[in-house]
Design a protein around this ligand. Structure first.
Ligand SMILES: [Zn+2]
Ligand SMILES: [Zn+2]
Length: 498
């Protein structure tokens, strides 16, 4: 078992755990220490139990009077609560495959179950999921899987988990909408129980309760969690940024976060993606202005590539198109599916007669057309990559195209994206990407937003999550600046595969 299995109920002086960065403890030694500690803890508990049973025996024999010392002892044993175990199976020291186990006594609640994309050295691998052996071994304890939002790094692993364990799933409306599509593809829809939870509601699993709290991110309906157990409250932010002017008007629930903070939070687990960046992440609504500027003066055909799941970005591309008299064609299966789901569930509004079939684009002049496409990461098989290579069946790029790449390359994809940009430029197209114009904002908060989260929640302990090692460290430094003592900050690793 890794050090992730922390007993968070321990007293302050027990938590003198140095961060590995400062004073690395050899693994073996660490394991021994933990083992020793557990033995010690077990021993103390056993001793106490022995004493109690001896006292009880004697009392039954009428040989012991009820003394203050005995009742204190009894009280102490009664007060000894079980530890809350938090076991990250993925998502630490990496971006991707987020999955965390919360285990309290005989109950387990899982937060998210994502996938990661393979790195270059994983030849022949399509996707990577976390090792869920621990869950399989503790199947009977699992009460449910709660989802923060519908990105692949949070829900992509679910079909693979469901093949091992049939677990009920709790998520917000849009998250479950996306999950439904996924489960349908994997023929798991009928066998899976799903419960729609609104932000503000709490799911009572028994000894563990999970409150859904609205947050903002680059996908609708994202939530943070407050996880309640007898030993204290844990706040898990999920992925978040602080957007004061979100497209759907649904702001992060500052009031509730502050209230929970006021009531006392034992541990905060917070998104570290942008922890190296100073300042704030701009609001999604600033992108609309940038699009308007580009669209207003353009007499070419416009091709925009972005993430399919960024529904509000796609909405803004459609809004600018409508404003400047353009029809919109959709390219790429995931983009089509996402728009269909978002419209169906009421997360996107598209005026009638705006969308045209991609086969009909030849009937419209270039200046009256926008094509929204997948491939903003230069993925080899994606629509934009094929267009750039002149291999797309329905769209041929010409010098009369303005191509906007409304995304930043995810680390590792830079090479692919540059190749696509080069190819498009060689054809003679005009290409605008995020280093040239403000056509992309992140879905994750920067340092000032992370500080605000820490200040609202006011946790006793802090555990940066959702990031590579350097990002976790940067987030830990931010937390120290806010006043969280160094020894109360945990830099964790994923649980090792068995
Ligand atoms: Zn996300
Ligand atoms: Zn994420």
């Amino acid at each position: 078992m890794t050090n992730a299995k922390e007993n968070l109920q321990r007293k302050d002086n027990d938590v003198k755990k140095e961060r590995t960065r400062k004073k690395p403890v050899p693994k073996k030694e660490k394991a021994n220490k933990i083992e020793e500690k557990t033995k010690k803890e077990k021993k103390t508990t056993l001793n106490k139990e022995n004493k109690i049973s001896k006292v009880r025996e004697k009392r039954e024999q009428g040989t012991v009077k009820r003394t203050r010392k005995n009742s204190r002892l009894k009280e102490e044993v009664r007060m000894k609560k079980s530890p809350l175990k938090i076991i990250p199976l993925g998502g630490l020291l990496e971006i991707g495959k987020n999955i965390t186990v919360f285990e309290y006594e005989d109950e387990i609640v899982i937060v998210d179950c994502g996938l990661a994309f393979p790195t270059e050295d994983m030849l022949g691998v399509d996707l990577v999921v976390a090792d869920t052996t621990y869950l399989e071994k503790n199947k009977e304890k699992i009460k449910g899987l709660v989802l923060t939002h519908g990105h692949e790094d949070h829900i992509g692993g679910i079909p693979y988990l469901l093949r091992q364990i049939n677990v009920p799933i709790y998520g917000t409306r849009f998250t479950l909408g996306l999950l439904r599509n996924k489960l349908e593809e994997h023929r798991l829809l009928n066998s899976t129980k799903m419960y729609e939870i609104n932000p503000g509601e709490t799911v009572n699993f028994g000894k563990i309760k999970v409150e859904f709290i609205r947050t903002s991110h680059s996908i609708p309906d994202a939530v943070s969690f407050a996880i309640y157990t007898e030993v204290g409250t844990v706040v898990h932010t999920g992925d978040f940024k602080i957007d004061y002017t979100p497209i759907d008007g649904q702001k992060i629930d500052f009031g509730r976060l502050a209230e929970i903070g006021e009531n006392g939070v034992m541990l905060l687990m917070s998104d570290s993606t942008n922890s190296e960046r100073k300042g704030f992440t701009k609001s999604e609504s600033t992108i609309g202005e940038a699009f308007d500027e580009l669209f207003a003066h353009c007499i070419k055909r416009i091709v925009v590539a972005t993430f399919a799941s960024n529904v509000h970005r796609v909405q803004q591309i459609i809004d600018s198109s409508v404003k400047y008299g353009r029809k919109v064609a959709i390219c790429g299966r995931s983009m089509e599916k996402m728009i269909e789901t978002a419209v169906e569930l009421g997360y996107m509004k598209i005026p009638q007669n705006t969308i045209i079939d991609i086969d009909m684009i030849k009937n419209y002049p270039d200046e009256c057309l926008t094509i929204i496409t997948t491939g903003s990461q230069g993925e080899p098989m994606s629509a934009l990559t094929r267009m750039a290579a002149g291999e797309h069946k329905k769209v041929s790029i010409t010098p009369n195209d303005l191509v906007i790449i409304s995304a930043n390359p995810i680390p590792g994809n830079e090479k692919f994206v540059s190749k696509v940009i080069d190819d498009l430029m060689q054809i003679g197209a005009e290409v605008v990407y995020s280093s040239l114009a403000d056509i992309h904002v992140s879905g994750h908060g920067c340092q000032e937003e992370q500080k605000l989260m820490l200040s609202l929640v006011k946790p006793k302990y802090f555990m940066p999550v959702h990031g590579e090692y350097r990002q976790l460290i940067a987030h830990a430094e931010t937390a120290e600046k806010i006043g969280i003592p160094h020894n109360n900050i945990f830099i964790m690793k994923n649980r090792k595969s068995t």
